[in-house]
Design a protein around this ligand. Structure first.
Ligand SMILES: Nc1ncnc2c1ncn2[C@@H]1O[C@H](COP(=O)(O)OP(=O)(O)O)[C@@H](O)[C@H]1O
Ligand SMILES: [Mg+2]
Length: 355
């Protein structure tokens, strides 16, 4: 498998909407993808993910900027000469062809000799776990199996870059979890460079070597799943990656690798550093970064307890609004709805976030 790098440099796309107004769908976006890397474009609906992907594939031409595949600017190259392949949300299989014919289609178009086609199809069916399914009609397969065929069809032409646009959105939860792991396994096995578009943070966290978080056509943050989850550069990034509680914070002292802060008068040293110097900050605590205690800087009343088996969520009314605390078993049975409690932070995983 060829391994290529991909680079977007100051890429923008301006559309005209139905009234003739300009929409800046993608706004000065730059990022790098290393050979064999799995990069996810993550963000809310309408933030420009699909447009970015379509520009990489060549279905849209950037208004500005460069897209380099192996250091060659491809913006003038038509999609069929770009050596990319896309997997869509709707599988897009041909219903009148069987599985093997569906997969072979791209190879036929490329005039690959029939004996090679047969070999390649057989091999790729094995890779996606569908050995022996070649002569079945797609309609006889489950959603997950059809998505595997779509993946096989994209992979079999040995593209340099594999592009995914929300490929798992049509599958039910269990299947989605299974396919997530499958996609990652297959991508690593074939070693292909991949760009994956999703609005689902769990998908992004599970699959990606690197996440490009987008908001309103712009890049909000680029980093590994850990970096973005643990060191969000903004409230938006922090909230998009998962439930988080915010508290007003006073910065007492910045040390080299940690910060002394005050929350409601109580002093803590936390290992996180503010991301810039002059801005306003809040303290960000994930539900797992808080504990219910007999003492603590935040007082509240338990409003709702949601039992989820291996943990419980406690929703607590406080002077800073509703706070959610994740509690692991063994559960304290004296904590019931309506009870007054204190909340303390786990300083090791608290974060100072730019407001
Ligand atoms: N062909 C188009 N013409 C006009 N506006 C478009 C077109 N395609 C996308 N847009 C607009 O560009 C923005 C980004 O869209 P899109 O890239 O599809 O976002 P996402 O995939 O993140 O949901 C949206 O505001 C969308 O309405
Ligand atoms: Mg989209």
């Amino acid at each position: 498998m060829k391994q290529v790098s991909l680079k977007l440099i100051n890429v923008s796309k301006v559309f005209k909407d139905f009234k003739g107004n300009e929409v800046r769908a993608v706004d000065n976006v730059s990022f790098d993808v290393q050979p064999g890397e799995f990069v996810t474009l993550l963000g809310p609906s309408g933030c420009g993910k699909t447009t970015t992907l379509r520009m990489i594939a060549g279905f849209e031409k950037p208004t500005d900027g460069m897209i380099l595949i192996n250091n060659v600017n491809v913006v003038e190259i038509p999609p069929w000469k770009r050596d990319t392949a896309m997997v869509f949300q709707s599988y897009g299989l041909f219903p009148h062809m069987n599985v093997a014919e569906n997969i072979a289609y791209g190879l036929k178009m490329r005039k690959v000799p029939p004996s090679d086609i047969e070999k390649k199809v057989k091999n790729i069916l094995k890779v996606v776990g569908l050995e022996g399914y070649g002569d079945r009609p797609p309609s006889s397969l489950s959603g997950g199996q059809q998505q595997r065929v779509a993946l096989a069809r994209a992979l079999v032409v040995e593209p340099s870059v594999l592009l995914f646009d929300e490929p798992l959105s049509n599958l039910d939860v269990l299947l989605r979890e299974q396919m997530r792991i499958e996609i990652k396994r297959i991508q690593k096995e074939v070693g292909i460079t991949a760009i994956y578009v999703t609005h689902d943070r769990t998908e992004a966290l599970t699959l990606s070597d690197k996440i490009v978080l987008m908001k309103g056509g712009k890049i909000e943050q680029i980093g590994s799943p850990e970096e973005i989850y643990e060191k969000p550069v903004s409230k938006f990034a922090a909230e998009f990656m998962g439930k988080i509680n915010f508290f007003p914070v006073e910065i007492v002292e910045r040390l080299e690798d940690r910060t002394v802060i005050k929350l409601n008068g109580q002093v803590y040293t936390i290992p996180s550093l503010p991301t810039s110097k002059s801005e306003k900050y809040v303290l960000g605590c994930r539900p797992e970064g808080l504990k219910i205690a007999s003492k603590g800087p935040v007082k509240g009343v338990i409003k709702t307890i949601v039992y989820l088996g291996n943990f419980s969520e406690y929703y607590i009314d406080t002077e800073f609004g509703e706070v959610m605390v994740k509690v692991l078993p063994p559960f304290d049975t004296t904590l019931s709805e309506g009870k007054e409690v204190h909340i303390d932070i786990v300083p090791e995983i608290a974060k100072i976030i730019q407001e």
